[in-house]
Design a binder for this molecule. Structure first.
Ligand code: LHQ
Length: 269
């Protein structure tokens, strides 16, 4: 662990270990469903990842047998409310800022889906850069079961990743998708045996945290930009980003290490 304040309890466990910021959703008795406290704690974690140069990769996972069951519906009992809720406000205040923080972070975000990922929980996972799931994990677009639409970016990411036919079927039926099929369909990077998930995800996060952080961050943002740009604009973007990458100390180190036939020691600068 290095320097910063660490939290070993609370709705999100936070630990910085050799450049990897571990963020663990920690409401296991509620399958890590989102209440306001967990939202604020997770947001603070990603804000720290943006601001703290010691953070060079993020590893998001869940405590207990689930990854995240989406919104905590215990908070949402209609019989205890004055009138119809404004769910748009919940998205505006909590889910949308979270997804934006994850996608705009110029550092890799790995998500280790350790169990069920339902509703907004599934779509927060899909907002991360690399998703590894335990074999027993399931992805459920649970929204339609309670009369809602896919949120937390799901209506955007699902058709882009899967195409309309599979995106619509998953969202309209709310049928669970197992980890093996999710990997086969390209929804996630890969699945691993349950007992190996944390070890593999941590090793991957560590490898990325030891990498040329600026280049990895720009790679992530460039690939995201491609979704909304024609080739000409993307070529211009590559020129601009490569210009910046070429001026980084990590580029000089990478080339020197290659020429000297040794392992590079990237500093994230
Ligand atoms: C839960 C939850 C949960 C509270 C399990 N809340 N306790 C955005 C804007 C604003 C509002 C609305 O929502 C959204 C976005 C969304 O995310 S909408 C989608 C909300 N999520 C769901 O609809 C999923 C609800 N959960 C389930 O369908 C099941 O729990 C799944 C399929 C996730 C897991 O099933 P099981 O493995 O059979 O577990 P379980 O159902 O027995 O749950 C274990 C415990 O966790 C249980 O508590 P208990 O005290 O009985 O042991 C559940 O009540 C609790 N839990 N999800 N979302």
């Amino acid at each position: 662990m290095q320097g910063q304040a660490e939290a070993g309890h609370g709705p999100v466990l936070v630990q910085l270990d050799h450049g990897v910021l571990h963020l663990t959703l920690n409401r296991p008795d509620k399958l890590n469903s989102f209440n306001q406290e967990m939202h604020l704690a997770l947001r603070a974690g990603f804000e720290r990842a943006h601001a703290d140069p010691a953070v060079r990769a993020v590893l998001l996972t869940g405590a207990g047998r689930g990854f995240c069951a989406g919104q905590d519906l215990g908070d949402r009992d209609p019989s205890k409310q004055d009138g119809p809720p404004d769910l748009g406000q919940t998205l505006e205040n909590f889910y949308n800022p979270l997804v934006r923080l994850i996608r705009s972070l110029p550092k890799p975000v790995i998500c280790a889906v350790n169990g069920v990922a339902a509703g907004a929980g599934a779509n927060v996972a899909l907002a991360c850069d690399i998703v590894i799931a335990a074999k027993s994990a399931r992805f459920i677009q649970a929204f339609s079961k309670i009369g809602l639409i896919p949120d937390a970016g799901g209506s955007w990411s699902l058709p882009r990743i899967l195409g309309e036919p599979r995106a619509k079927a998953l969202a309209l039926t709310a049928e669970p998708l197992d980890a093996e099929t999710a990997a086969q369909w390209g929804l996630i990077w890969k699945w691993v045996g349950d007992d190996h998930l944390q070890e593999e995800a941590t090793a991957l996060a560590q490898r990325l945290a030891d990498g040329p952080t600026q280049a990895l961050g720009m790679t992530k943002l460039a690939i995201q930009d491609a979704a909304s740009q024609p080739l000409d604009a993307q070529l211009d973007l590559e020129r601009d980003l490569q210009r910046r990458a070429g001026r980084s100390a990590d580029y000089a180190e990478g080339v020197s290490a290659f020429l000297q036939k040794r392992k590079p020691e990237f500093k994230g600068q």
